[in-house]
Design a protein around this ligand. Structure first.
Ligand code: GAR
Length: 248
């Protein structure tokens, strides 16, 4: 079923992307599913970004409007009551009938009621190798902890912050001279490769009708089991491979 009066092919998977900021992961995903290259990795899945939904005015929303993608702003500054915000966010996303919800730089914790609405259908990308460095300022934390490896994770969203089952990780080496800015930029480049790959892997498993049962329904009916156990994706930065190969 297409939302907002839009008609799509039955086999086209519908993605709603949640954003709060600059939107570079949104752009990488859009480029990949439009058949272009995203960070050197093509993603050939039949899918559409049905809408971009934000909790504040941001560059990602502007970009989406410029690219004729449906947008919805659920303005947190006008909704001081958290429950109200959660209800409106749920309604906004549901109106686009998503097969998959992708949190790409959505800097807000979602409620249990929102999770229930899209049970087993929400992905998040986080800029650290989870379970290390949950929450904000992950690059600063990685530098402070003196780790040699850092990166990004795509995971299913669960009730606990940055803690759902991991679907893929991208690894970068932390250089001796890295500051927060340099490290963030290298991790972000890997995010742009990782997210489309994980989205493709998840979408490839979607039931043909594009209607996902919740895990509870799947357990009771003959509906396809969702979410499935998927082979996880590991990406390693080229510089890290070269560094390893140069060692005796
Ligand atoms: C990305 O680095 C993403 O991993 C991070 O926000 C950035 C958004 O950048 N997400 C989180 O920190 C969520 N905990 P973008 O707007 O350019 O895609």
């Amino acid at each position: 079923m297409a939302g907002e009066g839009e008609v799509l092919g039955e086999d086209t998977r519908r993605i709603v992307v949640l954003v709060s900021g600059r939107g570079s992961n949104l752009m990488a995903l859009h480029a990949a599913i439009s058949g272009h290259e995203a960070g050197g990795v093509a993603c050939g899945v039949r899918a559409r970004i049905a809408a971009v939904v934000a909790n504040r005015e941001c560059a990602a929303l502007v970009w989406a409007r410029e690219h004729q993608i449906a947008t919805r702003l659920v303005d947190e500054s006008r909704l001081s009551d958290r429950a109200d915000f959660d209800v409106q966010l749920g309604e906004a996303v549901a109106s686009f009938a998503p097969d998959l919800v992708v949190m790409a730089g959505f800097l807000r914790i979602v409620s249990a009621s929102f999770l229930q609405l899209f049970d087993g259908r929400i992905l998040n990308i986080h800029p650290s190798l989870l379970p290390a460095f949950r929450g904000l300022h992950t690059h600063r934390k990685a530098l402070g902890a003196g780790v040699l490896l850092h990166g990004a994770t795509v995971h299913w969203v669960s009730a606990e912050l940055d803690a759902g089952p991991i679907l893929g990780q991208a690894v970068v080496a932390v250089g001796e001279c890295d500051d927060e800015h340099a490290l963030a930029a290298r991790v972000l480049r890997m995010e742009h490769r990782l997210l489309p790959l994980v989205v493709r892997r998840v979408l490839e498993q979607l039931p043909p009708a594009g209607v996902l049962p919740s895990p509870r329904e799947a357990a009771t009916a003959q509906a396809p089991c969702w979410p499935p156990i998927l082979p996880r994706i590991l990406l390693v930065e080229d510089a890290l491979v070269a560094h390893r190969d140069a060692r005796p």
